[in-house]
Write a protein that binds this ligand. Structure first.
Ligand SMILES: Cc1cc2nc3c(=O)[nH]c(=O)nc-3n(C[C@H](O)[C@H](O)[C@H](O)COP(=O)(O)O)c2cc1C
Length: 256
């Protein structure tokens, strides 16, 4: 039981006597950005920066939301969500930093979308081009059933306006961190997932993070090979049927 998990934890440990040594060959560093050059592009519109809900309110209002209305998501909200999750927040001296931290600034996580119900966007599968803040259309069509099935039948994937899917391009991180990279990609994805959840709450939207999925089925939808690049995590987004901040709040003091 749990042999592989335990083995993974042991084999990827840093110890004083096994730290990676030597110089990195920067000529062999893989590309940080994946681009689908031939795909039709959709420019994501500007969104207002500034007045938002205070952070303490966003944090206390965030809850996993699994029931959505049929209201479409606006492209402007989608634009903000993608930027907030893992967009470029600062360009400095030739480097592009993101809203989410990433081990070694190697950014191994790619973002894809199954668009179910976004205003003025055709249903289909898209890739988020981070550098240009655009959607790249990979396939058009109705993928609601396929993505819900791939998430072990979780129907929220079909009723949500959009399903955000994060993959890891492992070598982007393994190039530097070798086996330990397999810890880091999951940590990177977690940061991105939380950014998205908080951004959704800030817009009055609901999200639920999903890790219960059939990897091969999701990879098939995205047309990624499952070896060099594979799905790690997903999130559904939509207009919530009930407002999470109307849920009864436990105001009793923490148990010490
Ligand atoms: C790594 C991870 C995987 C999750 N996977 C699922 C999932 O597959 N399906 C689901 O309904 N919720 C999933 N959740 C949501 C959790 O059930 C939820 O965060 C938890 O019940 C706490 O509720 P809250 O998010 O409202 O605070 C996942 C959350 C995390 C962090």
């Amino acid at each position: 039981m749990n042999r592989i998990g335990r083995e993974f934890q042991q084999q990827t440990k840093y110890r004083p006597d096994n730290l990676p040594a030597g110089f990195l060959n920067y000529n062999r560093q893989p590309e940080i950005y994946k681009e689908y050059k031939q795909s039709p592009k959709i420019d994501l519109p500007p969104f207002a920066r500034g007045d938002t809900m205070p952070l303490d309110q966003i944090l206390s209002r965030r809850r996993s939301v699994r029931l959505f209305t049929a209201n479409p998501l606006s492209l402007k909200d989608l634009s903000f969500l993608l930027w907030a999750a893992d967009g470029v927040s600062r360009r400095t001296a030739g480097f592009e930093f993101r809203t989410a931290p990433s081990a070694g600034a190697l950014y191994p996580i790619e973002t894809y979308l199954v668009v179910n119900n976004v205003k003025d966007v055709e249903q289909g599968v898209y890739h988020y081009a981070v550098r240009t803040h655009q959607l790249e259309q990979l396939k058009c069509g109705d993928f609601r059933t396929a993505i819900a099935r791939a998430a072990l039948g979780q129907t929220m994937c079909a009723s949500a306006a959009v399903v955000i899917i994060w993959t890891a391009v492992f070598y982007r991180s393994a190039w530097k961190y070798q086996q330990r990279a397999y810890r880091y990609v999951y940590l990177d994805a977690g940061h991105i997932g939380q950014n998205l959840a908080l951004a959704a709450t800030c817009l009055g939207l609901g999200s639920c993070q999903i890790a219960a999925l059939f990897d091969d089925e999701v990879n098939e939808i995205l047309q990624v090979d499952g070896q060099k690049e594979s799905v790690l995590y997903m999130s559904v987004i939509g207009h919530p049927r009930t407002r999470t901040w109307d849920y009864p709040v436990d105001t009793s003091p923490p148990v010490r």
